[in-house]
Design a binder for this molecule. Structure first.
Ligand code: FE
Length: 236
């Protein structure tokens, strides 16, 4: 069986939130789907270990902010690689409280959906929540980000709790002759690899910048971990 075939399925990237008033949490999910048109119904698949799972189970609602291609890695990292048990994810984001009472993230959202859950399916590691669409709003004409764009263009990673997670290989190796003597470093929190050849242009780091020359306040563009959370993976 070729598991890579699963990579041919297309997905988007969403911030799924649930809760009521200040008792709220949210996470990144790629598995938001419209399941029927009449009445409009939407489903989402959430890992049972994720904090957001507790909120959807308790409040029977969720909202999904549909992210644009411009969504910065920092926002994706905040909701995708940090846990709401450790910090309030809504502290530094723009949000509104929706009809369901749940906070909805507005940063880089082209629109959002609000869903009242009426059923759920235990699918093993995850639960598939299905519900009626009770509110929806388009916020911009920007291009929604696809999961493929996130991986290929933005260099994003999947946390191990993602339903579509497949163990990724280490960095693709440049042939030895073309390599310069610079080490790549891997974030021990999210698996992001800092490749000095590429730098981190999104955060003002030019290609060719060795890891040790990164400013001390530089953080992992995916999850926000500091330099001290990186480990050297290879001498080029
Ligand atoms: Fe990271």
């Amino acid at each position: 069986m070729d598991l890579k075939t699963l990579h041919k399925i297309s997905y988007g990237l969403y911030i799924v939130t649930s809760g009521k008033d200040d008792d709220c949490n949210g996470q990144i999910a790629n598995t938001v789907i419209q399941v029927t048109a009449d009445p409009p119904r939407v489903g989402v698949c959430i890992n049972k270990q994720n904090y957001t799972h507790e909120f959807i189970s308790k409040y029977k609602v969720f909202s999904a902010s549909i992210l644009s291609q411009e969504a910065p890695m920092k926002l994706i990292g905040l909701f995708g690689f940090k846990c709401g048990r450790d910090l309030d994810k809504f502290e530094d984001v723009e949000y509104k409280v929706g009809e369901t009472g749940s906070k909805i993230v507005l940063n880089n959202a082209v629109g959002y959906l609000e869903v009242k859950v009426f059923d759920s399916v235990d699918v093993g590691t995850h639960t598939m929540f299905i519900g009626d669409l009770v509110a929806a709003e388009t916020l911009s004409d920007a291009e929604p980000i696809t999961y493929a764009y996130y991986h290929e263009i933005k260099g994003g990673k999947s946390p191990k709790t993602a339903p579509t997670y497949i163990k990724e290989k280490k960095v693709e190796q440049t042939p030895k002759k073309e390599r310069k003597k610079m080490a790549a470093y891997e974030c021990t929190v999210c698996g992001y690899v800092y490749d000095p050849q590429e730098g981190d242009p999104e955060n003002g780091i030019d290609p060719g910048t060795p890891f040790r020359s990164l400013p001390e306040d530089w953080v992992c563009p995916v999850c926000g971990a500091g330099k001290e959370d990186f480990e050297k993976i290879e001498e080029y």
